[in-house]
Design a protein around this ligand. Structure first.
Ligand code: TYD
Length: 132
């Protein structure tokens, strides 16, 4: 339920994945920023925050990683391992990324520009806000 699958054009030259905005609802927000994480490697964990308003869609363009999603009541671990599947990270969802493969390139589409004041980096504060 967290994934959006994108059209993959496959032929004997390889695969081509298409992400079109504002067309089929697969990206449920206007994209204002794209960022990449790579070079994390095994043993590294990242994230450990939630966003007050930001909506995101994350792809492993290469390799894989495990993402923990926590809405303050339930947490779930999902593997991100396909370049044609986008993982929805909604606002007010605590997320952590673990178990990066050496070749992992995590591409994230985001609904707004970078704004540190949108981050909740303290888990207790997140739990209090998520409870409201
Ligand atoms: P951080 O949010 O700590 O990364 P992660 O969630 O993967 O653990 O971001 C690392 C640094 O990069 C931090 O100083 C903030 C900065 N940054 C930007 O300047 N712009 C951005 O779009 C993002 C995502 C981070």
């Amino acid at each position: 339920m967290h994934y959006s699958d994108f059209v993959s054009r496959v032929d004997n030259r390889g695969k081509l994945v298409v992400v079109e905005f504002g067309r089929d609802g697969a990206v449920p927000f206007e994209v204002r920023r794209i960022y990449f994480i790579y070079g994390a490697g095994p043993g590294v964990s990242r994230g450990f925050h939630a966003h007050r308003n930001l909506e995101q869609l994350a792809f492993t363009v290469s390799g894989h990683c495990r993402v923990r999603l926590d809405d303050g009541r339930n947490s779930e671990d999902v593997w991100l391992n396909s370049p044609s599947s986008g993982l929805r990270i909604e606002k007010m969802v605590w997320h952590e990324m673990h178990d990066f493969s050496e070749d992992c390139v995590l591409m994230v589409l985001a609904s707004d520009h970078y704004d540190e004041s949108d981050y909740i980096r303290d888990y207790k504060e997140f739990q209090t806000l998520a409870d409201c």
